[in-house]
Design a protein around this ligand. Sequence first.
Ligand code: KG4
Ligand code: ZN
Length: 339
Amino acid sequence: GTAGPVLGVETSCDETGVAIFDPGGGEGGRGLLAHTLYSQIRMHADYGGVVPELASRDHVRKLLPLVRETLSRAGLTVADLGGVAYTAGPGLVGALLVGATAARSLAWALDVPAIGVHHMEGHLLAPLLEPDPPQPPFVALLVSGGHSMLIEVSAIGRYRLLGDTLDDAAGEAFDKTAKLMDLPYPGGPALARLAEQGRAGAFRFSRPMTDRPGLDFSFSGLKTQVLLAWQASDRSEQTKADVARAFEEAIVETLTIKCRRALAQTGARSLVVAGGVGANRRLRAQLAEAGAREGFRTYFPRLEFCTDNGAMIALAGSLRLSAGQHETPAIKVQPRWDL
Ligand code: KG4
Ligand code: ZN
């Protein structure tokens, strides 16, 4: 096991996240002593998406200052650290290497264990940072920019993939749909904001793959439906909001149907929702409502821990280090990695 607080480093995409989690410490935040985040979103917005080379360079610039800032907010020095965790994949390889290299070097210099964490395990465990955390067994819906997965969690560290996306991830569908209606990058939150102005029933899009059994997703056809409806419309601001609302309803209802199906199939009574799309208000409301009606409990991370952050990596790493896991000093990342 590991004694002492664990530093967590997240650099898989366009957010530099750093946090310190102490399994034995902290009151309200269940061991989370401090966390900081630098988002590169404004830099990438000019290009309409994440530019990998720019992302890597910005992580280099921001990571060590954030480590210093996080230590200082926690009232610690590096000498107090008992371990270092970092996102080892999946993600952009150059961005991952920045975090992996810094984290491993620090751990080596301090003579403490280091551990590479799966980014999606980080997302999956983020609700454990909240008071009254979920207990396995539970079903997890992981919906981010790169993934849409349903996972059966029989214990922390024991995961079984129940369903996956056959094409676009849920967040990717939000982002691409937003882009074709000329909304600013990143499109997901912008489209969700716009959807609040949309009128119910003005448009209706299909709920892909809900009319047959199975837990896989497919969202790319939805994007095409939106494109055709948008091009055939008057393209007014109100219509844009109406289309956004109908699109959001289609995604949210599809996700809700599959979650209910996964719960029925596994017999689990708890549902964890995480990843960037987990910040979507309609999704949170609809799943909570289904849970209240059908007798399952829903668990969400706080909004800032739905999207990428260091806290979930510090927590996941701390759990793995406490279980005695760590690695040889070789620096290795996996841009593609099954959970
Ligand atoms: O988990 P995350 O920060 O990064 C990945 O690991 O991909 O997720 C980012 C994704 C983006 O596609 C973004 O558009 C989406 O989450 N997203 C949202 C909302 N906030 C973020 N999608 C819908 N509604 C939101 N409120
Ligand atoms: Zn993520």
